[in-house]
Design a protein around this ligand. Structure first.
Ligand code: B12
Length: 506
């Protein structure tokens, strides 16, 4: 008992997507920033690093000075992990407040408090609300009450009814020097993706997004904000990259912006800055739109390639113009093909396409158009890859949520039901036919192999990845045949895949 109060923050295990990608738990580092500045000590436990040892690891970190346990929750498998941890904590440490935060809470709000073991939740950006809550629990004389903490979800002490304080309508802008990478420094070598050699650091170059894709959570999250998009100054971004490169050995910067290419000059300034400082890192961008890439001339694409950009995640979404318009993508199928041809001239950059299927009103014919577009993209650009199609998930606050309700969507009532709401999960919107669902299933399984992904992406030499490469060589041609002709019969691969995913999802 030395008086310095502690927060224990936990990152639960992910689903299948977390098998291929294990980036450092930036969510918790950002959420901890203000609390550290207010004199709290913060411990982080990342269950992904020791999935079977979380009980012992948590027990070892808890002390009489621990005033709360925070858990970061995304939709899908992380919900089941967070529930298990919460119930275990309440069994052995009943008086220790448990706080949930993260994207799942941001989109689902007060209903998470249906779980008795969750004492508080934070919707939206977490650093300030978590610090204010910790100061309240520490009994600081100038602490504010829960009902005065923007973003906090708490139970009314009289009625036990869940109450939500609206989050502040501003972006959370952290000075990169305040991001407490030191909290996970000893584990940095255990983070990465696909066995890539470099040390990957996820990083923001901008906050928000000015676009209004009707299925996406971002427009819903930024609905109340005056400015929907805020670039971080190129100088600041370059200094941040230099800092993580020199101080923590970052070799690969993964921009996690919703959209990095709203302002091409901004990206060019960052690349020039990295070049001027002679920082040798590779780059990946998670947020790129078709209409933005259309604005990139060959000189700009050459600049991107020369800067070490190895991948662009592109929101193609559908091969059906009707669906593209419904999703407000602001582009045509012809635009997607044109973008792909331009990127094919820069094979150093992997064009990685995201897809959404199963939106209300989508037909088998729309799905066929998506399959045909996917195959043309792969034929016309050998450096292109396809991400597994995302089944449309109605998210509260999004434009298509209303349409989903009109098509009979029933929101999960229990937290456990959200466990299945992930790419590899069993979630099936009620309006899709069994044949549609089977076709999506076939597309999901085959999408891992139709583009020779394991052979194209820089994967390591572990047994798992060597087996994956052999599987790609053997099954690739069959997968492509199935995909091209929409053959869903005798989908034995699906069982194999489900077994593999099941083992990965634990
Ligand atoms: C990296 C990433 C992943 C990684 C995550 C793990 C990792 N670190 O390697 C992987 C690839 C595994 C992944 C998986 C998925 N992802 Co993802 N992912 C992201 C991405 C690009 C960055 C996350 C991040 O680090 N953000 C930076 C941190 C600082 O922001 P943050 O997480 O929001 O944290 C803040 C608040 O949420 C809050 N907070 C967070 N945790 C906590 C904890 C406490 C106690 C408190 C108080 C506050 C708090 O405070 C933080 C600071 O403000 C986001 C988009 C984005 N830019 O955020 C999408 C995003 C979170 N993912 C999304 C989706 C849809 C998924 C999947 C469901 C996809 C799928 N497979 O089906 C899965 C979910 C996990 C699963 N079921 O397996 C959605 C949201 C989904 C949701 N409702 O949970 C996002 C928002 C993208 C989008 N716009 O749609 N993802």
């Amino acid at each position: 008992m030395n008086g310095t109060k502690r927060l224990l923050l936990i990152y639960p295990a992910m689903g299948m997507s977390g098998v291929l990608v294990r980036h450092l738990p930036l969510s918790l580092l950002y959420a901890a920033a203000d609390a550290l500045k207010s004199g709290f000590c913060v411990d982080i436990i990342d269950v992904r690093l020791d999935p079977s040892g979380w009980r012992e690891n948590i027990a070892a970190r808890l002390s009489a000075d621990t005033i709360l346990v925070g858990i970061s929750v995304m939709t899908g498998t992380p919900v089941s992990g967070a529930l298990e941890i919460t119930r275990w904590l309440k069994q052995y440490y009943p008086d220790l407040p448990v706080v949930w935060g993260g994207p799942h809470v941001t989109f689902c709000g007060a209903e998470v408090l249906s779980e008795r073991g969750i004492d508080f939740a934070v919707s939206g950006y977490g650093s300030k609300p978590l610090c204010r809550l910790a100061c309240n629990l520490r009994g600081d004389s100038d602490a504010v009450q829960p009902e005065q903490i923007p973003g906090l979800i708490y139970r009314d002490p009289e009625t036990s009814v869940a109450r939500s304080v609206p989050p502040e309508n501003t972006f959370e802008l952290l000075d990169f020097r305040d991001i407490p990478y030191q909290l996970i420094e000893s584990d940095l070598s255990r983070y990465g993706q696909l066995d890539m050699a470099e040390r990957i650091f996820p990083l923001y170059s901008s906050m928000g997004c000015p676009y209004r894709c009707s299925f996406c959570s971002s427009p819903a999250q930024y609905a109340g904000m005056e400015r929907k998009y805020l670039p971080i100054s190129a100088g600041e971004v370059v200094d941040h990259i230099e800092y993580v490169h020199k101080r923590y050995g970052a070799g690969y910067i993964y921009f996690i912006d919703d959209d990095s290419f709203v302002d091409l000059a901004h990206v060019a300034a960052i690349i020039d800055g990295i070049d001027r400082k002679g920082i040798r890192v590779r780059l990946g961008f998670r947020g790129a739109r078709v209409d933005e890439i259309l604005r990139m001339d060959d000189e700009f694409l050459s600049k991107l390639a020369a800067s070490g950009t190895s991948i662009l995640h592109i929101g193609a979404e559908s091969g059906s113009q009707r669906m593209l318009d419904l999703m407000r993508k602001g582009c045509t199928v012809a635009d997607i093909l044109e973008v792909n041809r331009r990127l094919a001239k820069h094979p150093e950059i992997v064009a990685a396409y995201n897809w959404v299927v199963g939106t209300p009103g989508e037909t088998l014919d729309d799905l066929r158009m998506t399959r045909e577009l996917i195959l043309r993209l792969l034929d016309e650009n050998p450096a292109a890859i396809i991400f597994a199609p995302n089944m449309f998930r109605p998210l509260p606050g999004t434009e298509l949520y209303e349409l989903a309700l009109q098509h009979g969507y029933r929101r999960p009532e229990r937290l456990e039901e959200w466990v299945e709401v992930e790419v590899e999960g069993g979630f099936r919107p009620g309006w899709i036919s069994p044949e549609f669902a089977r076709t999506v299933e076939m597309m999901r399984v085959t999408s891992y192999f139709i583009d020779d992904k394991p052979l194209k992406l820089q994967t390591g030499n572990t047994l798992a990845y060597r087996m994956l490469r052999v599987a790609a060589r053997l099954y690739g041609p069959l997968a492509r045949f199935r995909f091209r002709h929409g053959i869903t019969a005798i989908l034995v691969e699906q069982r194999l895949f489900a077994w593999f995913v099941g083992r990965m999802r634990g």
